[in-house]
Design a protein around this ligand. Structure first.
Ligand SMILES: [Zn+2]
Length: 212
């Protein structure tokens, strides 16, 4: 993705995005989904503090400016803020589905409805062979990069590796780099172990009850 110098329209360079392997091509998508941090486990005796980076329209503007998705003077209206939050909520709902079950309308319906606010148009003959430009031209246009990364990731299959941690007390979005792409937890030695240990204790409890 790059910005044009003349009119500050945000341009998505499809070729440049396609060349970047792994999560870099989905970096904005990944970061945006993880602006909501609902982790509430205790690690080494220290409780994790839940957080939301997008608590207001102004906070969203700051987040976008930091990623060069908006100009420093960007003014996000309440309606734009609502559209962004709807996009994030439907994105997180979509990502919590197992990749094998993401083709159904129940998995894609809400996300497709939300990204309808972030339409893209193709443009040929720019510096790159082709570029995707946001249709909207307001302060929220840069967030259309999420729609572009969803499109690219779905086309090349990398989106199936973007998952939500299966641990209820975590729910962090992570990129599965394992060869078979079968990881369920963001960190196996933390979330995976916690879930397995709990399941083991539960089995032991049931055994004790049955033996009693
Ligand atoms: Zn996790």
């Amino acid at each position: 993705m790059q910005e044009t110098g003349k009119n500050d329209l945000i341009v998505f360079d499809v070729e440049a995005v396609a060349k970047v392997p792994g999560p870099d091509a989905l970096a904005n998508l990944y970061d945006f989904a993880n602006t909501l941090d609902v982790r509430h486990f205790t690690h080494h005796g220290v409780p994790h503090r839940q957080d939301d980076e997008l608590t207001s329209a102004q906070a969203l503007a700051v987040w976008m400016v930091q990623r060069k998705l908006a100009r420093p003077d960007a003014k996000i209206t309440p309606a734009m803020f609502e559209a962004a939050l709807a996009l994030r909520a439907s994105l997180r709902d979509y990502l919590q589905h197992d990749p094998a079950k993401r083709r159904s309308k129940s998995a894609t319906g809400a996300l497709n409805a939300a990204i309808a606010s972030f339409l893209l148009r193709a443009e040929l003959g720019n510096e790159a062979a082709a570029a995707l430009r946001p249709v909207r031209d307001d302060a929220l246009s840069g967030l259309s990069v999420v729609a572009a990364e969803l499109y690219d990731g779905a086309r090349d299959g990398s989106l199936d590796r973007l998952k939500m941690c299966a641990a209820d007390e975590c729910r962090r979005v992570f990129f599965d780099r394992s060869k078979p792409a079968t990881r369920r937890w963001c960190m196996s030695n933390l979330c995976g172990n916690r879930v397995k240990t709990r399941a083991y204790r539960e089995r032991q409890r049931v055994v004790r009850i049955c033996e009693a």
